[in-house]
Design a protein around this ligand. Structure first.
Ligand code: NAD
Length: 435
C-alpha cells in the first residue's frame, strides 16, 4: 500500500472514553479503517475527527409488561453517526448481545455505505438488547411500540429512517410505522423502509441485496478476466442475501458447488440444483438433508475449490485460522463484517480480490432509498424499473471505487472508504460548522 506524500496535518483531540477503541470490537475496527484512509483524504483530513464521533446517541429504557404480569426492562439504542449528507438511515437489530458500541460501529458503516453508493443519507443504526425468540408476539409488539415511542425524538421521514436488520422484519417495521404515525397524528409510511408492499413497501426490496452482490461480482469478474459462466461459487448463508445471490449466479451459468448454513455444509463439484435447494430450504429451514449433494464438515467449507466465495451469514467468519485455505479469486461480502482485519491482510497478500460489505451488500439500502422516494411521492415503480436503477447505481459505485483502488494501489475496502469519507467530509466542509 502506498501513502501519498504531503498529507496535510490535522489536529487530534483525545476521544471521550466511551468512543475509544475496544480493539477487539467493531467500533475499534471501524476506527482503524478510518485511520487507514486518513492519509488519502487530502485537505479534507482536517475534518476527519467528525467520523470518529457519532453525532448523536440515544440510550433508552424500554419497559414492557410480560404476558405473566411481570415488568421487564430492556435497553434500547438509536445512534445517528453522521447526518452531513442527509437524514439518518440504518436498520434496527433485536439481539441479546447488542451493545452501544456495536450500534455505534454499525451506524458508522451505514454512513460509509450510503456515501459509497451515493444515496442521499447519513448513517444511523438502532437496536434493543433482547432475545426476541423468547418473547410472545404480543410482547414483541409492545416492545417495538415502546421503543419506537422512546426514539420518536430522533426518527421521522426527513430525520432518520429505520429499516429491518437481524431479527426484525416487515411486521416490526409495520408496528414502528403505526406507532410513529399514531404519535404524530398522520400516516407516515416514509418513516421506515422494508415495509410490506401493501403499506408502502417497494417491489424488489427482498431480492435487492442479493442482486447487488451479484451485480458487483459481475463487474469485478469483468475487470479481472474471470468468466461467470462455468465459475465455481461457494456460499455461506443461504437466506435472503446468499440464497438470491446464489440463484442469480447459477442463472448466469456459474456452478454453485458448496453451500453452508446453520444446518450444515453441502457440496456438489459439478454444481448444485439451486432452485431445488431454495425450495428445500423454504420447506425445511436449512440446507441440511438436501438430496443430491454430499455433506462435508463445516470447517472444510473454507478450503473448497472455487473461484468466487460469498460469505452471506454472520460477521467474523473469515479469520486468520481459515483465510490461508481459501482458494477463491474473488470474495464478495454479502454479510456485514464477515472478514476480520487479520484475514483481510492474509487475503490481500494472497492476491484474493475482496469486494467489501460497504459496497457489496449496499443493494438493500439502495432499494430502501427507492422505497422512501416512492413513499414521498406516493407513486410506485415497476419491478423492472427498480432493478434497472439498482443495477445502474451499483455499477457506477463499483466503477468509481475500482478507479480509486487502481489509482492509489489500495484494496477495494480502503478505496471504498476513501470515496465515502471524501463525500461525507466534502459535504461537511461545504456546510461548515454551525453556528
Ligand atoms: P437470513 O436470516 O435470511 O439468512 C442468514 C443465513 O445465515 C441463513 O442461511 C442461516 O442458516 C445462515 N447462518 C446462520 N448462522 C450460521 C452459522 N453459524 N454458520 C453458517 N451459516 C449460518 O439473513 P440475511 O438477510 O440473508 O443476512 C445475512 C447477512 O447479510 C447478515 O450479515 C446481514 O447483516 C447482511 N445484510 C443483509 C441485508 C438484507 O437486505 N437482508 C443487507 C445488508 C447486509
Amino acid at each position: 500500500m502506498t501513502t501519498p506524500s504531503g498529507t496535510p496535518a490535522h489536529t487530534h483531540h483525545p476521544l471521550p472514553s466511551y468512543l475509544q477503541a475496544d480493539h477487539l470490537g467493531p467500533w475499534g475496527i471501524y476506527l482503524q479503517q478510518v485511520d487507514r484512509v486518513t492519509p488519502y483524504l487530502g485537505h479534507l483530513a482536517r475534518w476527519v475527527e467528525t467520523l470518529k464521533r457519532p453525532k448523536r446517541m440515544l440510550v433508552v429504557d424500554v419497559p414492557i409488561e410480560l404476558d405473566n404480569g411481570t415488568i421487564a426492562h430492556f435497553e434500547g439504542y438509536r445512534v445517528q453517526h453522521n447526518l452531513s449528507r442527509g437524514p439518518g438511515k440504518g436498520g434496527v437489530r433485536f439481539h441479546q448481545d447488542v451493545t452501544l458500541s456495536e450500534v455505534m460501529a454499525l451506524s458508522a458503516w451505514m454512513s460509509i455505505k450510503n456515501a459509497a453508493v451515493n444515496v442521499p443519507y447519513g448513517g444511523a443504526k438502532g437496536g434493543i438488547r433482547v432475545d426476541p425468540k423468547k418473547l410472545s408476539r404480543g410482547e414483541l409488539e409492545r416492545l417495538t411500540r415502546r421503543y419506537t415511542s422512546e426514539i420518536g425524538l430522533l426518527i421521522g421521514p426527513s430525520k432518520d429512517i429505520p429499516a429491518p436488520d437481524v431479527n426484525t422484519n416487515g411486521q416490526i417495521m409495520s408496528w414502528m410505522m403505526d406507532t410513529y404515525s399514531m404519535n404524530t397524528g398522520a400516516t407516515a409510511t416514509g418513516v421506515v423502509t422494508g415495509k410490506p408492499i401493501d403499506l408502502g413497501g417497494s417491489l424488489g426490496r427482498v431480492e435487492a441485496t442479493g442482486r447487488g452482490v451479484f451485480t458487483v461480482g459481475v463487474e469485478a469478474a469483468k475487470r479481472t478476466g474471470l468468466a461467470i459462466a462455468g465459475a465455481k461459487v461457494a456460499v455461506q448463508g443461504f437466506g435472503n442475501v446468499g440464497g438470491i445471490a446464489g440463484k442469480l449466479f447459477a442463472e448466469a451459468g456459474a456452478k454453485v458447488v458448496a453451500v453452508q448454513d446453520h444446518t450444515g455444509t453441502i457440496f456438489k463439484s459439478d454444481g448444485l440444483d439451486v432452485p431445488a435447494l431454495l425450495a428445500h430450504v423454504k420447506q425445511h429451514g436449512g440446507v441440511g438433508g438436501f438430496a443430491g449433494a454430499e455433506t462435508m464438515a463445516n470447517d472444510e467449507f473454507w478450503g473448497v475449490q472455487c473461484d468466487i466465495l460469498i460469505p452471506a451469514a454472520l460477521e467474523g467468519q473469515i479469520t486468520k485460522d481459515n483465510a490461508a485455505r481459501i482458494t477463491a479469486k474473488l470474495v464478495i461480502e454479502g454479510a456485514n463484517g464477515p472478514t476480520t482485519p487479520e484475514a483481510d491482510d492474509i487475503l490481500a497478500d494472497k492476491g484474493v480480490l475482496v469486494l467489501p460489505d460497504v459496497i457489496a451488500n449496499a443493494g438493500g439500502v439502495t432499494v430502501s432509498y427507492f422505497e422512501w422516494v416512492q413513499d414521498f411521492s406516493s407513486f410506485f415503480w415497476s419491478e423492472d424499473e427498480i432493478n434497472a436503477r439498482l443495477v445502474r447505481i451499483m455499477q457506477e459505485a463499483f466503477d468509481g471505487v475500482w478507479q480509486v483502488a487502481q489509482q492509489h494501489k489500495v484494496t477495494l475496502r480502503t478505496a471504498t472508504f476513501i470515496v465515502a469519507c471524501q463525500r461525507i467530509l466534502h459535504a461537511r466542509e461545504m456546510r461548515g460548522l454551525y453556528p
